[in-house]
Design a protein around this ligand. Structure first.
Ligand code: ZN
Ligand code: FE
Length: 259
């Protein structure tokens, strides 16, 4: 029986621990201190590290963790991360013995060039770093809008019940933007109510699910008429082009400056 634990870090990061009661895998340990504390409290031994991309808030704790536990570090081949022992490409499979876990690797470039996501098909879990967020998506730092849109399309094809473990607690501010661009979506109001209650109780809004994201995340809904109309009204979709990619690009640009 495997568990996933959220370890809050910095202002709004979640570092994820997957454990079987004895051994644990750390996903994106940006900071070692809260990971070490969580492992000690639960009597767990670190057995592997999984990285989604090279940003410091996802990899910063790796050197310190390796001082305590000499474990394999899995991560994207194409993201210039020096600590990786097992570089991964799209379609690879990570097979761990302790805890017993299989993870498929999905290349999701856009936020960074090499960004990958891990999909535990048997458990129905997705660890997607800074690619897909609750109600939103990552910023495009190294890729193109077309790349990030393709990456999100791949994640959206996973089963709807898939639990989505994002790396940041951005859900409420993302949903405020979602309501701005799609005010007529009733699923959005329901979700805002539920997520607001979770935050008020001090709980993470994550994991989300692929089904919930498809129903409420504007970046997965670029074919919706209302999004096109909102973008046009805001003067953010100039030409006749209302293709999903044009809508996605305009949404991402608007979100970048949305307060
Ligand atoms: Zn990042
Ligand atoms: Fe991040």
């Amino acid at each position: 029986m495997l568990n996933v634990v959220a370890i809050p870090a910095f202002d709004d990061n979640y570092l994820w621990l997957i454990h079987d009661g004895r051994h644990a895998v750390a996903v994106d340990p940006g900071d070692a201190t809260p990971i070490i504390k969580a492992l000690r409290e639960r009597g767990l031994t670190l057995s592997a590290i999984l990285l989604t991309h090279r940003h410091a808030d996802h990899v910063g704790g790796v050197p310190e963790l390796l001082k305590h536990w000499q474990v394999s570090v899995y991560g994207p081949r194409h993201d210039n991360i020096t600590s990786i022992t097992d570089p991964l490409d799209d379609g690879d499979c990570v097979r761990l013995a302790q805890p017993e876990l299989e993870l498929g690797v999905i290349a999701v470039p856009g936020h960074t060039r090499g960004h990958i996501a891990y999909h535990a098909a048997q458990q129905g879990w997705l660890f997607c770093g800074d690619t897909l967020f609750g109600g939103g998506c990552g910023r495009i730092f190294e890729g193109t809008p077309a790349q990030l849109a393709d990456s999100l399309d791949r994640l959206a094809m996973l089963p709807e019940a898939t639990q989505v473990y994002c790396a940041h607690e951005y859900t409420l501010s993302n949903l405020r933007f979602a309501r701005e661009v799609e005010p007529g979506n009733p699923a959005l109001e329901t979700r805002i109510g539920a997520e607001t209650a979770k935050r008020a109780a001090g709980l993470p809004t994550l994991p989300s699910t692929i089904g919930l994201e498809k129903a409420t995340n504007p970046f997965l809904r670029c074919g919706q008429r209302e999004l096109v109309d909102s973008l046009r009204r805001a003067g953010r979709l100039q030409q006749e082009d209302s293709s999903p990619l044009a809508v996605f690009t305009a949404l991402r640009e608007w979100k970048n400056v949305y307060k």
